[in-house]
Design a protein around this ligand. Sequence first.
Ligand code: NAP
Ligand code: COA
Length: 265
Amino acid sequence: MAQDTQLAGKTAFVAGGSSGINLGIAKRFAAAGANVVLISRSQEKIEAAAKEVSTFGKPAIGIAADVRDYAAVEAALKRTFDEFGPIDIVLSGAAGNFVAPALGMSANGFKTVVDIDLIGTFNVLRASFEFLRKPGASLISITAGQATRASMFQAHVCAAKAGINMLTQCLALEWGPAGVRVNAISPGPIADTEGMARLASTPEAEARVKSRVPLRRYGTKDEIADAALFLSSDAARYINGAILPVDGGSGCGDGAGDALLGLGA
Ligand code: NAP
Ligand code: COA
């Protein structure tokens, strides 16, 4: 197969890149020829991830940095710029989740998820601006269906991801004139991820989730990576401020109407 060179000579910064969906995206960026810098909290995990990403033949660096710590994020971005020059792609995907009713959640529990997901995304995108290729950079945040659909035991995530959607579109407005595009990907339930291990931890729960997806299956990390590569590519040059669902149609409805009519899975 011909080598993918879509991102040859470009540099990508991936926040929350030590595992799961974001690591899958980082690998796709590297496979398309980009230099990749990854950050996450754990030095050990992020170094291992960078090693995996570097097997695609381009330099990859893993840096321990918590997205809640603006100075640490800024230092990682500066190091990326010093090493590779202007940054072409920023992916902000660090997140935390646990399943708990609002009454089973302390103020700090709620704040922790908002801090990682929403404030963390602000920190990553805001701190990146100075180091971006302008015009031309593509910024992508990772949101979720909870941003637009209230979900039981997910008040913290729903609030945080709703904020990410609006933040993404506000930055698209403000930074579009500088030639910087800001979009989001909203994955549906994705197989073999920490997120789904937490949200659907039994085979019964998994079957229930799949029955609500119009395509009747989980998505794959590769399918999210395909969308991230598209949004980072020249083919998406006029796409700005989009919240792109990659969810098998999950966002089209909640199945409640079908249930009322006795239809459904
Ligand atoms: P994951 O493997 O747990 O990925 C989360 C990543 O964020 C890890 O690399 C983690 O690494 C990092 N991280 C967590 N807190 C951090 C912090 N404070 N600072 C820096 N990095 C931090 O989960 P995933 O399921 O693949 O989810 C990835 C993204 O997709 C998330 O934004 C999630 O909301 C979104 N999403 C997932 C699904 C799904 O089906 N899984 C569906 C919709 C949306 P360390 O532990 O090393 O810090
Ligand atoms: N139910 C209720 N509250 C919970 C909880 C749960 N299952 N898990 C954590 N919390 C609360 C803690 O009790 C604490 O509040 P307190 O100080 O009032 O007791 C608060 O959340 C912070 O917990 P802590 O463990 O100190 O946070 P952390 O910053 O070390 O970790 C988490 C962040 C909690 C989100 C952790 O689950 C995490 O690291 N997740 C990353 C991986 C992940 O979630 N992947 C899926 C992405 S979709």
